[in-house]
Design a protein around this ligand. Structure first.
Ligand code: ATP
Ligand code: ZN
Length: 284
């Protein structure tokens, strides 16, 4: 049984999606100029499509699963379920107004015109906040709408903010944060679902590994208890005696979020020769 996955043909999510599949050990010759390719060593067929079309193809069963931005999933409102967040393609969707405007909050947008490519998300946000504004849907270059007199405000994707800055706009409200997500159709064939579970197992192992580092360090034996208490590890740290008497080597795993703080504490408590090594896959 083959699992069919839709990946963005070209654009911001293409490389991250292909990289993830590669790290899952799935070999597929890079054929993004083809419509679809089969993986050599996993029952997976990859379809390359425009991101906007993916939720519908998933709903209709042309493919079983797809990778899209959460923003696209929410905007298209198709019969899809979110299976897994994937940790790349991060961005936010915000409301912005011309920098020289006095406006600072969305309540001041009552009666104004807002240009966007995401009318569904914007409408539900405005309704929820009891703001009545008119929405002008445009498909690209939303950021120029205020300058050409088409709108008073925009609602669009922001990543670094430089596009807003270059267009003399200021962000007044973040509406949504988004990242790439794996979506699936609702009623999946049982055999296909088993292939999806195998893929998910690999995706989770790859993602956990990305967020964790393997740490090796040397510690004087009288500091071992203290140092081990700073290092939770997967079960508990591994301790190996060094050839030099009175010293041990300690091995463990640290989460990226705690990384620098833990390293500082380890150093402060007598750890030496600290090595940090990337983890390729992590299966708990
Ligand atoms: P397509 O040709 O497939 O329709 P597109 O032009 O609609 O592509 P991209 O600009 O490639 O889309 O963006 C795809 C997704 O990448 C967005 O929907 C969003 O989830 C995510 N993304 C992350 N960072 C950014 C960013 N800085 N600008 C735009 N999209 C971003
Ligand atoms: Zn698109």
């Amino acid at each position: 049984m083959t699992l069919k996955i839709a990946v963005q043909k070209s654009g911001r999510l293409h490389d991250g999606s292909m990289q993830l599949l590669k790290e899952c050990g799935i070999e597929c010759s890079n054929g993004s100029n083809q419509l679809r390719i089969r993986a050599a060593n996993f029952p997976l067929e990859i379809f390359f499509l425009r991101d906007d079309d993916i939720p519908e193809y998933v709903q209709d069963g042309v493919v079983d699963i797809g990778i899209v931005g959460e923003n696209v999933m929410l905007e298209k409102k198709k019969q899809n379920r979110l299976v897994e967040k994937l940790g790349f393609g991060k961005c936010r969707l915000s409301i912005a107004v011309p920098r020289n405007e006095e406006i600072t909050s969305i309540s001041e947008l009552n009666g104004k015109r807002i240009a966007t490519s995401y009318p569904v998300i914007l409408r539900s946000y405005l309704d929820m906040n009891l703001v009545s504004a008119s929405i002008h849907e445009i498909s690209g270059s939303v950021e120029i709408a205020p300058r050409i007199g088409l709108a008073d405000a925009i609602f669009d994707i922001v990543s670094s903010g430089s596009t807003l800055f270059n267009n003399e706009l200021k962000e007044i409200q973040t509406v949504l944060t988004s990242e790439a997500v794996l979506i699936a159709k609702n009623n999946m064939d049982e055999e296909v679902n088993r292939v999806l579970e195998r893929l998910l197992f690999r995706i989770r192992a790859v993602r956990k590994a990305r967020y964790n580092k393997y740490v090796l360090l040397n510690a004087p034996n009288d500091k071992l208890d203290l140092i081990c208490s700073l290092l939770p590890g997967m079960k508990s740290p591994t301790i190996l005696p060094l050839a030099e008497p009175g010293w041990s080597s300690v091995h463990s795993v640290i989460h990226e979020n705690d990384f620098w703080e833990v390293i500082e504490q380890l150093k402060a408590n007598g750890a030496e020769g600290i090595l940090i090594v990337p983890i390729e896959k992590m299966i708990l």
